[in-house]
Design a protein around this ligand. Structure first.
Ligand code: UTP
Length: 502
């Protein structure tokens, strides 16, 4: 008999403790026949799936809590959970070998030809922006567990001087583009149940950072239950199954099931610029990238940066069986990790930074596929309630979260462009509270970027031995979105005194 099997029966609720749902005590409440049948069905489904333990504390919880638990159970696709647990857990990670080679990459332009191509692409991208075909999709549904902060990542203060949030920084970039190209760029933000309300509140409190509210659209991704290493659902209270968002790949399905896709088509949107909320250097809707994507009639395009070193924990994009493919760090053999090309440079060097162009027509194609994106298992430390009902904060990894990844759509891509970007100009994600990829490194990277723009505009900016600007600089995207714009506006006689806000 599984845990919880012995709790079947007509429930009487007599509990006396407070709980998150805010329900007041409900004592000996009789339930209706409909409620009884709903409960019976949920119990049977959970039992059949070997998950009867979720009812372990049934007799101790209130009516509202019972309803919450039943709603959760009713929403779980148990056969799917079983399948992805088996598929992801049983298969060990294996090195991918043979048959892959570096993809064709549009390089950072150095030669005259490359510069001319980039300029041509820019004009094509700009025309598309002016025609109002472009939208921005920011994925912001993650739980930011490594960061460990309370609120959504987008609400983190990041302005080196202003202290503005990441969301505000993104908002200002989109507004600067709208102004420059006299266009509307609808902004779609994917959240999840764990941060949707707080994200929306943040935008309301800040009056949508000057956006027309109708041009900012929030939608949530699906949640999936979190299981222990044996596949049992974890609970973090006597009435709540632990769930987590279904990965950034969840955006693909959510666009369809939340009718965002429909909204995009209604507005005449043809392409999506996709990025992750935590990259503070993101060049949103870069016209050069858009242009290359359009000139190649591409379906799904990616920006990459060169890996810092062979063992950097970043996925790489390769060419395999005539298609693009992402190989995760853990799937790369040591031999391939250190392989050199004919010039002595790292051979497999196209580090994925999750910046993509996605064509709407391509999404239509993906939607025709059953189970378009596979799930992956992320093994994490997740607090849970033990059999005695005590909360446990595990010291070792104890749980599996199931996530789909956006780059798994690569297998459907027939035409895609890969363009190199300079890491110091375009990629600085926030993953941890301290050390590498933290708010401190992100702020410094912003200051260094602005410092380079100013130096290239003829202003003297002091640097330390690590190549960091000495002092603080912040340039509002609405003043200058890029170096070119700054050069056209800056006073050449400006003297930097260690603190500059433009
Ligand atoms: P990460 O994989 O870095 O996840 O997501 P995270 O939630 O930010 O941080 P950890 O791993 O829990 O520490 C990269 C981007 O994908 C989004 C995140 O919000 C971030 O912008 N994401 C991730 C989603 O939108 N949904 C998800 O289910 C997972």
């Amino acid at each position: 008999m599984k845990n919880g099997d012995n709790f079947i029966g007509f429930p009487h609720c007599t509990n006396t403790y407070s709980h998150k749902t805010g329900n007041t005590r409900t004592l000996n409440r009789n339930i209706s026949a409909t409620e009884f049948l709903a409960e019976k069905k949920c119990r049977e489904t959970a039992l059949e799936a070997g998950q009867g333990h979720v009812f372990r504390w049934w007799n101790e919880i209130t009516h509202g809590e019972k309803q919450h638990l039943l709603d959760q159970i009713a929403s779980i696709d148990f056969p799917l959970i079983k399948k992805i647990f088996t598929d992801t857990r049983i298969k060990p990670v294996q090195s991918i070998r043979n048959n892959f080679s570096p993809p064709r990459i549009i390089p950072i332009p150095t030669s005259i030809d490359e510069q001319e191509n980039a300029l041509k692409a820019k004009h094509v991208g700009e025309s598309s922006l002016k025609r109002g075909e472009m939208s921005v999709l920011t994925v912001a549904g993650g739980q930011g567990t490594r960061l460990g902060s309370n609120g959504p990542k987008g609400t983190l203060s990041i302005g080196p001087i202003s202290g503005k949030s990441i969301f505000q920084l993104h908002a200002e970039k989109i507004q600067a583009l709208q102004k420059r190209y006299r266009t509307i760029i609808p902004w779609y933000i994917m959240t999840s149940e764990s941060n949707d309300a707080i994200t929306r509140d943040f935008f309301h409190t800040h009056r949508f950072f000057g956006f027309e509210p109708r041009d900012v659209c929030f939608f949530t991704q699906r949640m999936l239950p979190v299981v222990d290493l044996q596949g049992n659902l974890l609970m973090d209270s006597k009435w709540n199954v632990v769930t987590s968002p279904n990965g950034h790949g969840g955006a693909i399905i959510a666009l369809k099931e939340k009718e965002v896709f429909h909204d995009m088509k209604r507005r005449g949107i043809k392409h999506i610029f996709y990025h992750q909320v935590d990259n503070v250097l993101i060049k949103i809707a870069d016209p050069v990238f858009i242009g290359y994507h359009l000139m190649d009639n591409a379906e799904f395009s990616s920006k990459i940066v060169k890996k810092r070193h062979p063992e950097e924990k970043v996925g790489i994009i390769v060419q395999m069986d005539g298609r693009m493919h992402l190989i995760e760090y853990s799937e790369l053999s040591r031999e391939d990790m250190y392989a050199k090309d004919e010039n002595g440079a790292l051979k497999h060097n196209a580090g994925n930074i999750a910046v993509h162009m996605i064509s709407i027509d391509f999404l239509e194609k993906v939607y025709k596929e059953e189970d378009a994106l596979p799930y992956h298992a992320a093994i994490k430390k997740v607090p849970y309630l033990d059999k005695k009902g005590d909360m446990v904060n595990p010291e070792k990894n104890n749980a599996i979260k199931f996530e789909s990844f956006i780059f798994d759509v690569l297998k459907y891509v027939r035409k895609g462009v890969i363009m190199e970007a300079l890491r110091e100009d375009e990629f600085s994600p926030i993953k941890n509270m301290d050390g590498e990829n933290s708010p401190a490194t992100a702020k410094q990277d912003l200051v260094n970027l602005f410092g380079r723009w100013l130096r290239n505009s003829g202003i003297s900016i002091p640097m330390d031995n690590h190549g960091n600007v000495i002092g603080l600089i912040e340039i509002n995207p609405c003043f200058a979105l890029d170096e070119e714009e700054l050069r056209s506006k800056i006073d050449r006689n400006l003297k930097f005194n260690g603190h500059l806000s433009l």
